[in-house]
Design a protein around this ligand. Structure first.
Ligand code: SF4
Length: 94
């Protein structure tokens, strides 16, 4: 069985600037992070313990830390995002 790694943002502090963790201001996750196992919830808001600015991470294409999607380049060099779980579901025909 695969070991489940629990990622937490223990010790994160809410400030006027937003949530800070180890001195870094964290931005909430973006829509594209939905489904990623790394998302951690702090006081009702979702954050990424791996990347403080998820929006910027996705602005360059696909987050390379994402656990729910994988990026692939098509022939034209464009980044394609493949949802991992959804594709598995489709393969099972459900
Ligand atoms: S690892 Fe990437 S996809 Fe996952 S929550 Fe963080 S920024 Fe979002």
């Amino acid at each position: 069985m695969a070991k489940k790694k629990v990622v937490s943002l223990e010790g994160a502090v809410k400030t006027d600037a937003g949530l800070t963790y180890k001195g870094v201001v964290m931005a909430p996750v973006v829509e594209k992070c939905e489904g990623c196992e790394r998302v951690a919830e702090v006081e009702g808001e979702k954050f990424c313990p791996t990347y403080a600015q998820p929006e910027k991470k996705w602005a360059h294409g696909v987050c390379n830390f994402a656990t729910h999607v994988r990026a692939e380049m098509d022939k034209g060099g464009k980044v394609k995002v493949n949802p991992l779980k959804a594709s598995k579901r489709a393969a099972r025909g459900r």
